[in-house]
Design a binder for this molecule. Structure first.
Ligand SMILES: [Zn+2]
Length: 280
């Protein structure tokens, strides 16, 4: 590692970045962390990873399936009696971790396994949040992911009465969580009202706890608002929409609660599995 970037680093950071150590699995501050922003090198501050490339591999370290172009260098690493590919920051040569391919967890089939201590997170403060439930979250995520102005989308559960629900629990309908898509969007590119328009146009808001063949409270039509302003926009948008439907709209409008990110195999599901839709 280049000496000019060592200044100001703690002994724990030096152990990783300079001496190529590894922090204990599940111990790092960014392991279970899915905010919208950018991860920079802790030593030289170069942006290395967009949070939109971060996923949960279950390995215990932050995982990314792509790097910001030209910011990472790769070295063959024969330590520990196996052949691995070490990754370092291209600018300061600080050690980040290792990169693996062929595990088929995400579409890009690549896992940058990075120490939290090699990174520093900078939030994108201009982005706003939105959360929608409109039936099977696979299909809803596919639509919003493809929408220009949506930076980050994740599927998960909200509005129930248990902590850390699993898909199985939510499917049984006992926890009362809704399947939702949680979005970070850039309001300079797309407005909240435009997102609502997409929401209304892609499901039936007049069927209570049901979308097509999918029946249960987890499939309810619901907008979780993240501000008073959003609440007002949803309410007037719902009034506007009711003219388009024969039956009354039953969509719930509720203040956003804690978002529980769903298991990794549900994220970006239809694109990963080359499926057109989930059969609604
Ligand atoms: Zn660096």
């Amino acid at each position: 590692m280049k000496n000019e970037f060592l200044k100001g680093l703690t002994s724990d950071e030096l152990e990783i970045l300079k001496n190529k150590g590894t922090e204990a699995p599940f111990s790092g501050e960014y392991n279970d962390f899915f905010e919208a922003g950018i991860f920079i090198c802790r030593a030289c501050k170069t942006p290395l990873y967009e949070s939109s490339t971060k996923f949960n591999s279950g390995c215990g370290w932050p995982s990314f399936d792509d790097e910001i172009k030209n910011t990472i260098v790769r070295y063959e690493d024969l330590s520990g009696g196996r052949v691995r590919t070490e990754i370092c920051c291209a600018k300061c040569d600080g050690h980040l971790g290792h990169v693996f391919t062929g595990e088929q967890i995400t579409e890009k089939d690549t896992r940058h396994c990075v120490n939290s201590l090699s990174l520093q997170f900078k939030a994108y403060t201009k982005l706003e949040k939105a959360t929608f439930g409109a039936g099977c979250f696979w299909q809803v995520e596919k639509i919003f992911k493809a929408t220009v102005g949506v930076y980050l989308s994740s599927v998960g559960y909200m509005g129930g009465n248990t902590d850390n629900p699993t898909y199985e629990e939510v499917c049984k309908g006992q926890s009362n969580h809704a399947e939702v898509v949680f979005i970070h969007f850039n309001p300079d590119i797309i407005s909240y009202l435009d997102l609502l328009e997409i929401f209304w146009n892609n499901h039936n808001p007049t069927t209570k706890n049901r979308q097509g063949l999918d029946v249960g409270t987890q499939y309810r039509s619901v907008v979780f608002f993240h501000s008073e302003e959003q609440m007002k926009i949803v309410e007037s948008s719902l009034n506007q929409q009711s003219k388009n439907w024969k039956n009354p709209i039953v969509t719930q409008i509720i203040s956003a609660e804690k978002f529980y990110r769903a298991e990794e195999y549900h994220q970006n599901y239809l694109n990963k599995n080359s499926l057109g839709s989930c059969g609604i």
